[in-house]
Design a protein around this ligand. Structure first.
Ligand SMILES: [Zn+2]
Length: 310
């Protein structure tokens, strides 16, 4: 095998492992230069698409928290990253919760917006799609049941359903929220690097999900607009997950995106940094999940979480 073919094979295997896209298709992408060893998973091309994907990844962390099933850390079990088009395979049981968490609504008790500002749900080419009211950004959804219809949240006290009330335009509170996401005060120039990093998280669901492989359990949250924390009970060390993500091009430079940090940051083996943004990975080395044997623990953890979806 020539060195070139060897590189194609490595890029294709890395892409297949990170996304679940068929190996033959990944090989084709490698041959046509769409992926490489340096960047085996295609990036979103436009800043608007990267921002939209980043908001989706970041927004899902808090509502999902420790409610993931079968180790689907952000609710997805596969990705088809095709240039600016991204298709995500939903965990079938988590699907309604994931969509509901993303639809923007004003929460009077919280005093702000929950969900992704500007996100709307539409039918596109016979499938459900998350579309951005401010740009052409779109994320298509795939469900194991082709006839799946999202069960949309009803009217609750104190909640204004922006996605239903303003189906085609951006409401003012959403505009304010988006302006904050883009500016974020002191780190203004680094928003592009943050969007690139978080959009890469969404495009590598299978690598992200390896974190929760041991008992299917993860906990996700965020401290601010520039971090995503993923922790899991036991099993694979955080450094291994971080290394695999780095090898998949998570921190690869991209033309037009300044990915240097605004101040000095000590690198950490369990943290992936780009610009001022971070993915923080943490294995808790817990024992509560193990039961008498690993298998018993796995079943018990899943049964407990599954109740929340009934
Ligand atoms: Zn465990």
């Amino acid at each position: 095998m020539s060195k070139k073919q060897d590189n194609f094979g490595r890029a294709a295997r890395a892409c297949h492992r990170a996304t679940g896209v068929q190996y033959n298709r990944c090989w084709e992408w490698a041959q046509t230069g769409r992926i490489s060893r340096r960047l085996p998973v295609p990036d979103a091309r436009s800043p608007e698409q990267r921002r939209f994907e980043a908001l989706i990844a970041h927004t899902l962390t808090d509502p999902l928290r420790d409610g993931q099933l079968d180790g689907a850390v952000l609710g997805f079990q596969g990705a088809l990253p095709d240039g600016d088009r991204l298709t995500l395979s939903l965990h079938p049981t988590m699907a309604n919760v994931v969509v509901a968490a993303l639809l923007p609504r004003f929460d009077a008790f919280y005093g702000g917006i929950r969900g992704v500002p500007g996100l709307r749900l539409e039918r596109r080419h016979g499938a459900w799609a998350l579309v951005d009211a401010t740009s052409s950004a779109v994320v298509c959804l795939r469900h194991a049941d082709p006839g799946w219809q999202p069960s949309l949240p009803g009217r609750d006290r104190g909640i204004t359903r922006i996605w239903a009330d303003a189906p085609t335009r951006l409401s003012r509170p959403e505009g304010d929220e988006l302006a904050e996401w883009v500016s974020d005060g002191r780190t203004r120039p680094r928003a592009a690097a943050r969007d690139l990093l978080f959009s890469r998280v969404l495009r590598r669901p299978l690598l992200i999900n390896t974190a929760a492989r041991s008992h299917g359990w993860a906990n996700t949250y965020t401290h601010h607009t520039h971090d995503i924390v993923i922790e899991w009970c036991c099993g694979v060390p955080a450094t291994d997950v971080a290394d695999a993500l780095r090898r998949s091009g998570m921190t690869a430079e991209r033309e037009g995106v300044d990915s240097s940090p605004s101040g000095h940051r000590e690198p950490h083996p369990e943290r992936i940094d780009l610009g001022d943004a971070s993915i923080v990975l943490r294995c808790l080395r817990a024992s509560w999940c193990r039961g008498e044997t690993g298998e018993l623990g796995l079943a018990a953890v899943a049964t407990e979480i599954r109740r929340r979806y009934e």
